[in-house]
Design a protein around this ligand. Sequence first.
Ligand code: ASP
Length: 340
Amino acid sequence: MKRRVYVIYTGGTIGMVRTPEGYAPAPGYLQGRMAEMPEMRAAEMPAYTLREYTPLLDSSNMTPDDWLRIAEDIARHYQEYDGFVVLHGTDTMAYTASALAFMLQGLRKPVILTGSQIPLSEMRSDAQANLIPAMLIAAHHAIPEVCLYFGNRLLRGCRATKVDAEGFNAFASPNFPPLATVGIHIELNRALLLPPPNGSGALHVQALAPAQVGALRLFPSIPAEIVDNVLKPPLKGLVLETYGMGNGPTANVPLMTALQAATDRGVVIVNCTQCLTGTVNQGGYATGSALARRGVISGFDMTAEAALTKMFYLFSQEYALETIKSLMQISLRGELTLPA
Ligand code: ASP
């Protein structure tokens, strides 16, 4: 039987066309172009349904409501299809991929986000090179994960981050190897895949509560008042983007006091490094262990996107504070590596 893939088109460059104001999404355009592509009629290509959203979004405008719309759409069509492809703008694709990884509980089928840097309507577009392998992998491979396909690599969604605003290799997975690389063959590294969920449980979508989490990047001379203001209610959780192995300006006593006061009030502060590669080790330097003593917890090697969406996810459930803190520090979807 022909495999079946459900393709959701949310917007982004992939389906844009030139207008006098610059590239803009054109409703119906992508559907028409895909129908004309001879590759879509190849024997190994799955049958597909394309669901185009209204309005088509530049992903800079995506919110958790849009993540929920995608997640619920996948859940509604879950039984009818072998896999799912989400066409999405690249700018916030890593956030959506991370959010969906947490929201789709009990996922057994591939959900692959992709897009392009140049629209399909342009001659040198990378759209076909991303779309076709994404559809083939979604159709033919048992991958119980949310993934991101771009530039010949299949990445774990909650490990991916956008690293290039212009190049075709726009995404990296700095702390976890690609799940697959695509050259002459599609080389899937099965040993890296998450195990399928236990039992025969159905897919469950966890909606995310409105944002009471944030992110703050440290910089030399950051004023304590800024940190204190960010940490004020209603904030419940903060991704603190620190230096190197997770170090901060511990000589800034008012800043350290603001961190302590916030963690005493029950704000969850997660330490993620500004470095692209490597992990937080709050015991490595005195400037890191002092953060730990103020109640800051380690985000290990999580991307800021994964840490932020994971907090959205955990705060959306009725967990006790201590449970949220301990779940932040273990891997739920393969988003972090604990030190050996
Ligand atoms: N601004 C666009 C977006 O993220 C860029 C892209 O699609 O690559 O929607």
